[in-house]
Write a protein that binds this ligand. Structure first.
Ligand code: NDP
Length: 328
């Protein structure tokens, strides 16, 4: 089968993905064989395909952290041939061959049944980015933050996680502000439900003082680094930030002032190893709370051949919303 593959690089070379013939026998062990119908391109896929960061930790590797497909063979009683399933994370595309090939062999425990009412292409459009956005919203809810407490800020707003977060929060009744470095995307962000656009520069340099004006009841941060530090300094008393990303950087040059003087909470969100019950809850919430028109508005469709080019663009912050990759 034709697949996008990262082979072990020569010493001193970058591990970059290229198309080649990949035998089914090269697939890793697993109790389920899937026909992959759809995938997507997340930021992490961009890193794996270009080799910009050492995301791939086993060779040869088929990247692609999200797959939607149909079960062809199963040795697991709970999974039957013909089942439509979703797989997000669990190291797929990093340590276990992923979605950029027509077939994948995976573990039954990693699979989530395609929720009723979500089409396979929609599940790929949501992907890890959308499911992570849902985990962020659920983290804020679990902390007891409700829309009547004030506005919510979404950083990296025109990206994948950001776009889905805006659509979800707006549908749930929040006043949503969208922080972006792409002012030309204002109409797009408003179409998803943002009521206000905040220029990226407002936070990109970090906080001017340990505590700023109390502005946000909550935030979903996909950017990390100085931006997250800047946002924390403007969260209202008792508010919370769900942090899931590092588009600006992995560091966090912040002070403890927001935590110890305003009781602000920093809620970490991980999608890769999130336990199955949390995934099932997130996907059932997505089926219920994600506006399909908004999902359509943020989605473009691509072929597997276009993935290397899209990988470069997502790392440059040039991909808007979500991309569905049609595999087979
Ligand atoms: P995207 O590339 O689609 O979105 C990231 C957005 O961040 C960009 O669109 C851009 O938004 C903004 N951005 C890019 N570069 C910078 C910069 N230097 N400074 C400030 N803002 C910047 O990626 P995803 O939405 O797929 O992922 C977002 C982040 O979340 C990534 O860091 C990813 O690794 C992480 N992530 C984490 C997960 C987890 O489990 N914790 C799961 C999924 C993603 P704009 O143009 O609007 O400013």
């Amino acid at each position: 089968m034709r697949a996008l593959v990262v082979d072990k690089p020569e010493a001193g070379q970058t591990a970059r993905a290229a198309f080649r013939d990949f035998a089914e026998a090269e697939l890793p062990e697993g109790d389920v064989l899937l026909r992959v119908t759809h995938s997507t391109v997340n930021y992490k896929d961009g890193l794996a395909v270009t080799g910009r960061a050492p995301v791939v930790r086993r060779f040869p590797m088929v990247p692609g952290i999200d797959m939607v497909g149909v079960v062809e063979e199963s040795a697991a009683p709970a999974v039957k041939p013909g089942d439509h399933v979703i797989l997000n994370g669990w190291g797929v595309g990093e340590t276990h061959c992923g979605a950029y090939a027509p077939r994948a062999r995976v573990k039954a425990d990693w699979l989530v049944p395609l929720p009723e009412g979500i089409a396979p292409a929609e599940a790929a459009a949501i992907g890890t980015a959308g499911y992570t956005a849902m985990l962020c919203v659920m983290a804020l809810e679990r902390h007891g933050i409700t829309p009547d407490r004030g506005p919510v800020l979404v950083t990296g707003a025109a990206g994948g996680v950001g776009s889905v977060a805006i659509a979800l929060l707006s549908r749930l009744g929040w006043y949503v502000a969208a922080s972006t470095g792409r002012p030309e995307e204002q109409a797009y962000l408003e179409s998803l439900g943002a009521k206000e656009v905040v220029p990226r520069d407002r936070y990109a340099g970090g906080p001017a003082r340990p505590l700023g004006k109390e502005v946000w009841a909550a935030a979903v941060d996909t950017v990390g680094s100085k931006t997250l530090a800047g946002v924390l300094a403007e969260v209202r008393y008792g508010g919370a930030v769900a942090a899931c990303g590092l588009a600006q950087g992995m560091d966090l040059p912040a002070s403890v002032a927001p935590f110890i003087l305003r009781g602000v909470a920093l809620l970490g969100v991980d999608s890769v190893m999130a336990p199955r019950p949390l995934r099932l809850e997130a996907w059932s919430r997505l089926a219920k709370d994600l506006d399909r028109d908004a999902l359509r508005a943020m989605t473009t469709t691509a072929t597997l051949d276009q993935v290397p080019e899209i990988a470069g663009r997502i790392l440059a912050g040039q991909v808007r919303g979500r991309v569905v990759v049609e595999i087979g």
